[in-house]
Design a protein around this ligand. Structure first.
Ligand code: NAD
Length: 356
């Protein structure tokens, strides 16, 4: 399947991970992409400027919950693969307003599955065989780990936040459409992503931007929560590997082998900025670190065992945390216009998700 040019319907292609996938597919594969994105606060078309003029790229602004739109788009674009990334994705926002998470992540995934199933049933036998519905999900569906252990593909689901519960629900729907109707589905569950074009409400870009602005750097609780950081371009390569080579009905975990406490992440950013953009007063950016009230229900540790993806499909992350965070900090320093634009339009760095 990997050598043939494919038509790929990407949902959420204006988001952080979706745009990394679209840039990769247009720049480094022969595939064509239709990007379906509602352009919520999190969708940013400027993230697609490097590829938006390609004849293999097209964009439709629309909602994955809109069955009539999907009934029109599927036969017109006639996809070989669906990469479903559109979602409400921020845990803090799910605490403040869970309704949108149920609507987009659960109802939207159901609507996509129904449209994809109708399309799949009308394909020739050959194309039915190679069709894939690839659902992109999170390791947060597995709940929280103690000091030891890793999430594997067989870890029982135990979601804790409205966000992770809605993603768990969507994963179950995808599995059900495979087992009940035979739709060739794939699920990937990945750890925390970081890298270029990351929306400024998430920890790493938030800290870089606040540091440069001379503002306090908010660290939840004691900063001891552990995340397994995955560079977004490694993730985009993993997604392509999975829809090209993965076995229908299977789940693959994607991780960066880069567990770090949140406080270590913030200190690493401060040290890099001290090196490449020293403060005018000669002091360290680390002096701006401020401990704030913890997130309600904050999961302590996530860590992924990605052995299955390595052994069965040959994927491994290329970036270590040190190389990836350096590339990320450098990108933010060189692309101030991108994130200043977002700060002016839709997000000014305020605290979210305190549960009243
Ligand atoms: N960012 C991470 O660290 C991470 C980790 C694990 C899993 N994931 C999953 O990966 C996927 C992509 O995450 P992301 O960080 O790129 O998210 P994001 O919030 O940056 O982007 C989501 C995109 O979906 C679009 N969208 C939202 N609702 C829509 C709707 N109803 N119809 C059409 N488009 C809609 C938005 O406009 C946006 O462009 C999500 O499914 C998320 O759950 C993300």
């Amino acid at each position: 399947m990997e050598n043939r040019p494919l038509k790929i319907l990407v949902t959420g292609g204006a988001g952080f991970i979706g745009s990394a996938l679209v840039r990769r597919l247009i720049q480094e594969s022969p595939h064509s992409v239709l990007n379906l994105d509602k352009l919520t606060y999190a969708g940013t078309l400027t993230s697609l400027e490097p590829v938006s003029r390609s004849r293999r790229y097209s964009f439709v602004q629309g909602d994955i919950c809109d069955a009539a739109l999907l009934a029109d788009l599927f036969p017109r674009f006639d996809p070989d693969v669906v990469c479903h990334l559109a979602a409400e994705s921020h845990v803090d926002r799910s605490i403040d307003g869970p309704g949108a998470f149920i609507q987009t992540n659960v109802v939207g995934t159901f609507t996509m599955l129904q449209a994809a199933l109708k399309h799949w049933r009308e394909l020739s036998a050959d194309r039915q065989e190679s069709f894939r519905f690839h659902h992109i999900s999170t390791d947060e569906v597995y709940g929280s780990l103690g000091d030891e252990g890793l999430f594997t593909e067989t870890t029982p689901y135990d979601p804790r936040s409205p966000y992770s519960a809605s993603k768990a629900g969507s994963d179950h729907l995808v599995s059900a459409w495979h087992h009940t109707y035979g739709l060739p589905t794939l699920i990937t569950n990945c750890s925390n992503n970081y890298g270029p074009y990351h929306f400024p409400e998430k920890l790493i870009p938030l800290v870089i931007i606040k540091a440069l602005d001379g503002a306090p750097l908010p660290v939840y609780g004691q900063g001891l929560n552990v995340r397994d950081w995955l560079f977004v371009e490694d993730h985009a390569r993993a997604l392509q590997t999975v829809f090209e080579k993965g076995v229908p009905g299977e789940t693959y975990n994607v991780g960066g082998n880069a567990e770090r406490r949140n406080i270590e992440v913030v200190q690493a950013i401060c040290a890099l900025l001290d090196e490449v953009r020293p403060r005018h007063d000669g002091r360290s950016y680390a002096e701006q670190i401020t401990y704030v009230a913890d997130r309600p229900g904050h999961d302590m540790r996530y860590a992924i065992d990605a052995t299955k993806l390595k052994n069965e499909l040959g994927w491994e992350p290329k970036e270590s945390f040190e190389t990836g965070i350096r590339r990320t900090v450098t990108w933010y320093l060189e692309n101030e216009a991108w994130w200043r634009g977002i700060a002016q339009r839709s997000y000014a760095g305020q605290r979210l998700g305190l549960a009243g």
